[in-house]
Design a protein around this ligand. Structure first.
Ligand SMILES: Cc1cc2nc3c(=O)[nH]c(=O)nc-3n(C[C@H](O)[C@H](O)[C@H](O)COP(=O)(O)OP(=O)(O)OC[C@H]3O[C@@H](n4cnc5c(N)ncnc54)[C@H](O)[C@@H]3O)c2cc1C
Ligand SMILES: *[C@@H]1O[C@H](CO)[C@@H](O)[C@H](O)[C@H]1NC(C)=O
Ligand SMILES: *[C@@H]1O[C@H](CO)[C@@H](O)[C@H](O)[C@H]1NC(C)=O
Length: 339
């Protein structure tokens, strides 16, 4: 017998992680995912998937943000340590961040105490690891979550645990109240229209996935340059274009990415291109994890939990913000006489 009927809107890394956590932590919850795009039709699919929150990643306050990041780290780490780590697309990855700008550009207060290794690059690393010379650098060890593996894995796990997946575009969140007790909105950039949220803006990113299995470390450098080895390819990036909705690859952006990455790591000159991908990061000054009650056309009060706006760090932070969203679902449900 099932008690609570939950609709999760969206099947990116945020929706899927939320849906799985709802199943895990609410007994007798019947969870359905409603989404108009899956796998390669999501922003999540485009991500390089490195665990690396940027300074602009923020929740309501510092404590909440750090808790999201800590929870996320241990969640991914647990999967990586388990016997199904590789099957789920989670692995460890180490590498360098270099900069000529400032010491701050190569630091990461969010994760320096969390990850197993985070240290300044040595003089030798700064001047002779790559042909270019750098003034500042850090070496650290972190995790990589390959969404082209994790999303299908999570979908199968969700279904195996009794979840329902429905291919459907949602035009109104309150209208779902007719069939479901609680709605969790994980629609990413789709929340712009679903919630009339003008604080949510796209930050366009373009990456080139190349075949370079000889590369085993990640590299970050100035001008949004990155080289990130995954399970199936190496991701070369990137760019950050605020307010652009263009999903077509731009050939001049690609030329720039190639040049910057090849200058950083010249062996990439031999790397065959697999695909160029574009994604619109759902950026919001503060990630929204929040309860709301709305009245639907049918007159019923509809309980909604919003969970979107992760910008460039949704893979990193999905577990932490999902655990938070699930707590809000429980709070809303506890407000019912049923519990
Ligand atoms: C180039 C690039 C590189 C990145 N690299 C990293 C990285 O290394 N590490 C990291 O942590 N993050 C990275 N990110 C960021 C990360 O991809 C996003 O933060 C994350 O994918 C957001 O997940 P999401 O589930 O909210 O959105 P999405 O993946 O976009 O999912 C939204 C879902 O909602 C559905 N939807 C939307 N509207 C509706 C509607 N009206 N009705 C029904 N369904 C709807 C969509 O179909 C989709 O399934 C990168 C992003 C880009 C673009
Ligand atoms: C869960 O909900 C879905 C969709 O509303 C329904 O098809 C399914 O039968 C329900 N499952 C259970 C076990 O009640
Ligand atoms: C960084 O600065 C140093 C010293 O000014 C310079 O020699 C070097 O070429 C710069 N590196 C890059 C990648 O621009």
């Amino acid at each position: 017998m099932t008690d609570l009927k939950v609709a999760v809107v969206g099947s990116g890394v945020i929706g899927l992680t939320t849906a799985i956590e709802l199943q895990k932590s609410i007994r007798n919850a019947n969870v359905s995912i409603l989404s108009d795009g899956f796998n390669e039709d999501t922003t999540s699919w485009v991500a390089a998937g490195i665990f690396r929150p940027g300074g602009e990643f923020k929740g309501e306050n510092k404590e909440i943000t750090q808790k999201w990041i800590d929870d996320s780290w241990y969640y991914w780490k647990n999967i990586q340590d388990s016997r199904y780590g590789a099957e789920a697309g989670v692995t460890e990855l180490s590498g360098y961040t270099f900069s000529n700008r400032s010491e701050n550009a190569v630091r990461n207060p969010y994760i320096e105490k969390l990850v197993p290794i985070y240290r300044p690059a040595t003089e030798t690393e700064l001047t002779s690891l790559c042909p270019q010379k750098w003034k500042f650098g850090s070496y650290y060890s972190t995790l990589l979550i390959e969404n082209s593996i994790y999303l299908p894995w999570a979908t199968e796990k969700f279904k195996a645990d009794g979840g329902t997946v429905i291919h459907q575009r949602v035009d109104s969140l309150p209208s779902l109240g007719e069939k479901y007790d609680i709605v969790v909105n994980c629609a990413g950039l789709g929340s712009q229209t679903l919630c009339n949220d003008d604080e949510l803006v796209p930050v366009r990113g373009q990456v080139i996935k190349v075949d370079a299995p000889w590369l085993k470390m990640f590299f970050y450098a100035d001008s949004s340059t990155y080289i990130i080895p995954g399970f199936k390819s190496v991701t070369l990036g990137g760019c950050r274009e605020l307010g652009s909705y263009d999903l077509n690859p731009d050939k001049y952006v690609s030329l720039g990415i190639r040049e910057r990455c090849e200058n950083l790591v010249p062996s990439l000159k031999g790397a065959r291109e697999i695909r160029t991908l574009v994604g619109l990061r759902p950026y919001r000054k503060s990630v929204r994890v929040e309860k709301e009650t709305k009245i639907c056309m049918c007159g019923k009060k509809v309980k909604i939990v919003h969970h979107y706006g992760h910008g460039g760090y949704g893979v990193t932070a999905a577990p932490g913000t999902s655990l938070h969203a699930v707590r809000l679902v429980k709070e809303m449900w506890a407000g019912n006489s049923k519990l």
